[in-house]
Write a protein that binds this ligand. Structure first.
Ligand code: ADP
Ligand code: MG
Length: 270
């Protein structure tokens, strides 16, 4: 920068001397040369400013990367809170009208616990799970809590997610839910959305699709899973007390699981 400024000054001085000595007659030529020097000087400054701006945006991108998992969780939290009444109304039909309230309370607590600076996906998921476990009542607290904690174990220390990591997350979450709740597919629970979603994801990835596209297929399967829960009778959880009267209603847990998956998919699609 200083070198350019000096050479710029030197050029102008020598051009002025040349002009004074009469070696250049036309003011036009001198102005033209000075104009070229000015352009060069300006160009250099622009390059410097551009470099500076690039440096800033690079470091900002670094910060953004560090907060990606936090951003994803805050979007999930916002979606659950936004759907609090909807999920509660679904639970009113076949349960005790608290699913949305439970989940919203849990995610409010999660967002208070999480730090935007922590980019360890596994650690963040583990904190999420532990917070859900300790703040959400009913069946969904321990079930979602275990799902997030097990998913966290599968991704401990990772700051990005591969196709296989996503498979591992599904597998860990499903295993955690089944370990706690002892339910199988077809009992009108969240598993009726999550298991078909997992299967669709695997077959799309195995067929060569990228993570986000395979997750879109998973969302489609999860929504079909919700539709399926309307056709069956609950044999696990509070809804099972209704027996055949639970038929015709969609499962609240399958719905919250699908909303979560949709947010993750949107987030990864960027
Ligand atoms: P509670 O039924 O205790 O009031 P919530 O209303 O928060 O808890 O959650 C109900 C949801 O939990 C159900 O819609 C269902 O998807 C899910 N659920 C209940 N029992 C089980 C289970 N054993 N396994 C998997 N999911 C279950
Ligand atoms: Mg309930």
């Amino acid at each position: 920068m200083a070198a350019i400024t000096n050479s710029y000054r030197k050029n102008r001085i020598s051009l002025n001397i040349a002009h004074k000595q009469g070696r250049f007659n036309g003011n036009d030529l001198l102005s033209f040369i000075i104009f070229i020097n000015d352009i060069e000087f300006l160009f250099h400054n622009v390059k410097m400013i551009k470099g500076f701006v690039t440096d800033i945006s690079f470091s900002l991108r670094g910060v953004e990367m560090a907060s990606r998992i936090y951003d994803c969780l805050s979007k999930i939290s916002a979606k659950i809170i936004e759907n609090k009444d909807f999920l509660t109304d679904l639970d009113r039909e076949i349960g005790d009208a608290d699913h949305g309230v439970n989940m919203a309370r849990g995610f409010e607590a999660v967002m208070e616990k999480l730090s935007p600076d922590n980019d360890d996906i596994g650690a963040v998921l583990k904190t999420t799970g532990m917070t859900l476990l300790s703040t959400v009542g009913g069946a969904s607290g321990p079930l979602y809590g275990t799902a997030y904690m097990e998913a966290g174990k599968a991704l401990m220390g990772k700051t990005s997610v591969t196709k296989d990591d996503m498979k591992a997350v599904f597998e860990a979450a499903i295993a955690g839910i089944q370990k706690r709740g002892k339910a199988e597919r077809g009992e009108k629970t969240m598993l009726d959305a999550i298991i078909p979603a997992y299967e669709a994801y695997c077959s799309s990835v195995d067929g060569g699709k990228e993570t986000a596209d395979a997750l879109e297929d998973a969302c489609k399967a999860a929504n079909e899973g919700i539709e399926f829960t309307k056709t069956i009778r609950a044999t696990k959880g509070r809804a099972s007390y209704l027996g055949d009267r639970s038929i015709g209603h969609q499962d609240p847990g399958a719905t919250s699981a699908t909303l979560t998956l949709e947010v993750i998919t949107e987030f990864l699609k960027g």
